[in-house]
Write a new protein. Sequence first.
Length: 81
Amino acid sequence: MIEHLLGINIKKLRKHHKLTQEQLADIIGAKKLQISRWEQGTVVPDSYMIQRISDYFNIPVHILIRGIITFDENINITDDI
């Protein structure tokens, strides 16, 4: 479950910021294939990468992992699912 929600959140944030997987990978020091696997939920990023993603998007780690992130005119974050 966490893999799926985390992957969805990474993808939503990346797309909201109009980044390709390759651009996000370059920014956080990962590989494009890693981003793809994270977004698909087949692999979970390690704690270092989770922190890098969290820092870049300015989203608390616990929200990135367990929250529900939606976008309309503003970012909306639900802490508990």
